[in-house]
Write a protein that binds this ligand. Structure first.
Ligand code: FES
Length: 150
């Protein structure tokens, strides 16, 4: 990953405003941002380790460990809650066997909160492995559980 960072900086520059795009590129490449990369990033962009750590921990989309095989993001914002989001979340945590905000022990699935996907009129909504799913309901969660546990 250190070579990836060096190559990326050589192509895109080392200004401090390059940090966010570089973090996204690392996550795209590796699936997560390993904490051991903090000093490498600090050196590459001439920033402090605290700067890097602060940005990585501020943005919840940055992962610190490899993602689950299936990532289920459920919208918890107001409109989706008014359309049954809480019932979907209850079904998801029960049927997938993992609490909100956690990765299942076998690494097959995680459930994460999101706060509005811009699809409020057709909620409740989810992102499943990056794919938007509108009007998600318990039946869809049951189908997902079959896939995850297969
Ligand atoms: S509130 Fe859920 S998509 Fe906007």
């Amino acid at each position: 990953m250190e070579d990836f960072i060096s190559d990326w900086v050589a192509r895109h520059g080392a200004d401090r405003d390059r940090l966010l795009p570089l973090l996204h590129a690392i996550q795209e490449e590796a699936g997560h941002i390993d904490p051991s990369l903090v000093p490498v990033l600090a050196e590459a962009l001439n920033l402090s380790r605290a700067d890097i750590h602060g940005v990585i921990t501020f943005y919840h989309d940055f992962r610190h460990e490899p993602p689950a095989r299936h990532v289920v993001k459920l919208c918890r914002a107001e409109s989706c809650q008014a359309r049954g989001g809480a019932a979907v979340e209850e079904a998801a945590t029960r049927l997938l066997g993992v609490p909100m905000g956690e990765k299942r022990g076998d690494g097959r699935v995680s459930i994460e909160p999101v706060y509005c996907l811009g699809l409020c009129a057709i909620g409740p909504n989810a992102l499943i492995d990056g794919r938007p799913v509108a009007r998600i309901d318990t039946r869809m969660i049951e189908q997902l559980a079959v896939e995850v546990n297969a």
